[in-house]
Ligand binder design. Structure first.
Ligand code: Z5A
Ligand code: MG
Length: 220
């Protein structure tokens, strides 16, 4: 029996990730396919509550410490992700480890150091990167109140996402122009993932390890 596909959706602030993952969930469900939507940070866990307080500027943490908490927040769901995939459920993630690396590196931390705590997490079969210019994002109501919602940081984050994307093959990292209408973006997103509806026959890979099909793997 094929396993479920692991689909990550990444992107800048206001790029429409939550809108698009919700739409994907609806489309897979309508097709009678088991799907589970996850969101990182998962603010419901004990670690997630610490992250939430930090993002709302209700607590202060060293940049390395908050980075490790974001990673731990993924690790606490790693076995759940693996179990769901093995049961044949499609897992769709709203942000994943690439956000972790991009935001912390944009703050000035070493890129390879940023990757290390996430090495060997379940690797997405495909990552859809919703790309939007800060100008377009601003048209969507501007940035909010949270710590990272500032244009200068978002520009740096976009540059680092672009660097990360260069490490993956075109099948594994798909950049979608998210500055268009919700319907146009949704049509593109669906065209890239509908092939995964039937499941995946290859084994689940591990993020940033030798067995992951990357052009320029962290460990090689
Ligand atoms: N972070 C980190 O540092 N390290 C990590 O490891 C992880 C995350 C996982 C919180 O993330 C912060 O955590 C984030 C990165 C950091 N900081 N920043 N920036 P979050 O995921 O919880 O953030 P969020 O609150 O969900 O916001 P968001 O992700 O930026 O929004 P979005 O999901 O991309 O967009 P949306 O909610 O779908 O849409 C935004 C608005 O635009 C909304 O009014 C929509 O109706 C509208 N919209 C959506 N699509 C369109 C189109 N196509 N046209 C016009 N309007 C649209
Ligand atoms: Mg969101």
């Amino acid at each position: 029996m094929p396993r479920g596909a692991f689909i990550a959706v990444e992107g800048l602030d206001r790029s429409g990730k939550t809108t698009q993952v919700t739409n994907l969930e609806t489309r897979f469900q309508a097709a009678g396919i088991d799907v589970k939507l996850l969101k990182f940070p998962d603010r419901t866990t004990a670690i997630g509550k610490m992250i939430d307080a930090y993002l709302r500027s209700q607590s202060e943490l060293d940049d390395h410490a908050i980075h490790l908490l974001f990673s731990a927040n993924r690790w606490e769901l790693a076995t759940t992700i693996e179990r769901l995939l093995n049961e044949g459920t499609i897992v769709v993630c709203d942000r994943y480890a690439f956000s972790g690396v991009a935001f912390s590196a944009a703050k000035g931390l070493d890129l390879d150091w940023c990757r290390s705590p996430d090495v060997s997490l379940p690797a997405p079969d495909v990552t859809l990167f919703l790309d939007i210019s800060p100008e377009k994002a601003r048209e969507r109501g501007g940035y909010g109140e949270e710590r990272y919602e500032k244009e200068e940081l978002q520009r740096k984050v976009r540059t680092i996402f672009s660097k990360i994307s260069g490490e993956f093959s075109a099948e594994k990292w798909v950049t979608v122009d998210a500055g268009r209408s919700q319907e146009d973006v949704a049509a593109d997103v669906w065209s890239f993932v509908e092939g995964f509806a039937a499941g995946v026959h290859s084994p689940l890979q591990r993020l940033w390890t030798r067995n992951e099909n990357e052009r320029d793997s962290f460990n090689t």
